[in-house]
Design a protein around this ligand. Structure first.
Ligand SMILES: NC(=O)c1ccc[n+]([C@@H]2O[C@H](COP(=O)([O-])OP(=O)(O)OC[C@H]3O[C@@H](n4cnc5c(N)ncnc54)[C@H](OP(=O)(O)O)[C@@H]3O)[C@@H](O)[C@H]2O)c1
Length: 251
């Protein structure tokens, strides 16, 4: 039996966990950070809460005799992915990333790519613009260098502390969002620029379609550089990878 630890918090992790349930070749554990109050859990062994940094994760991998670590966390969950890389190296555990494909611009899109939030903020310019910020909570402070703009900030939970942006309105909402609602929201707020992270996935992509339909510019913050780890973007591909690991471990 191959012992697999899935680092979750995404639909990818849940889908993989659901596929491993009842497959007698795998003994899988799903790990969640504990951010969501009532997470939907597959009928699979799970644990909730941080490990205590990379050293804590390494201890866990060792104690649970994990053969394969699957990093199926959100593409912008940088800390846990960095910890996974260090812990896998330290314990000689096979590591793979399971993620969703990045969004790509299509015909009619007006996208500008930025490596990080601060460079997107700098490019907003001096003249006040109406900006829709959908980048989560953690990097909002980057926009404090350009406080003259009018911001509509959408997050799932309120940022703490609130960013020092005098012309801002906070909208607390959780996707999925419909194209119609996104268009109405951006039109009514007179949005000129949408700033977003390239999370990929379907739940929040309607904002990009709405921006295209309304001719709104999109500032797209790229995913953090991923290290040299095998990465898979479909359930079939990660399952094939696991089968290869199984044959290697138990020829
Ligand atoms: N960042 C996003 O935009 C985003 C969006 C949707 C969902 N999520 C999900 O929400 C969770 C937290 O995201 P984040 O951006 O706060 O992560 P992060 O900054 O990369 O991680 C912060 C700390 O949370 C703990 N942690 C994160 N994921 C964990 C997991 N799957 N199992 C156990 N501990 C975990 C770790 O604590 P220790 O160091 O104590 O181990 C980690 O050091 C992740 O599972 C991620 O997949 C994130």
């Amino acid at each position: 039996m191959l012992r697999v630890l899935i680092l979750g918090g995404t639909t990818q992790a849940s889908a993989l966990a659901a596929r491993l349930v009842g497959d007698g070749r795998y003994d899988a554990i799903l790990s969640l950070a504990g951010r969501t109050k009532n997470p939907t859990l597959p009928d699979l062994r799970h644990r909730i809460g941080g490990f205590g940094g990379s050293a804590g994760l390494a201890n866990y991998l060792h104690a649970e005799a994990i053969d394969v670590l699957i990093d199926a966390t959100h593409p912008f969950a940088e800390q846990i992915s960095a910890n996974a890389l260090i812990a896998a190296r330290e314990t000689n555990t096979q590591l793979a990333v399971f993620t969703r494909p990045a969004w790509k611009p299509g015909a009619g899109d007006k996208w500008r790519d930025f490596p990080d939030a601060i460079s997107a903020a700098r490019s907003l310019g001096k003249k006040p613009r109406r900006v829709f910020l959908t980048i989560g909570r953690q990097q909002l402070a980057a926009f404090e260098i350009v406080p003259q703009h009018d911001y509509l900030i959408r997050c799932i939970d309120a940022p703490e502390p609130l960013p020092a942006l005098p012309h801002s309105k906070l909208l607390l909402a959780r996707g999925p969002f419909t194209l119609e609602d996104e268009q109405a929201l951006m039109r009514n707020a007179g949005i000129e620029i949408l700033v977003t992270k390239n999370s990929g996935g379907e739940a929040t992509r309607a904002k990009l379609d709405a921006a295209r339909a309304l001719g709104i510019e999109v500032y797209m913050i790229a995913r953090p550089q991923s290290p040299n780890v095998p990465a898979f973007e479909t359930l079939d591909a990660i399952l094939r990878f696991l089968e290869i690991q199984l044959h290697r471990a138990m020829p």
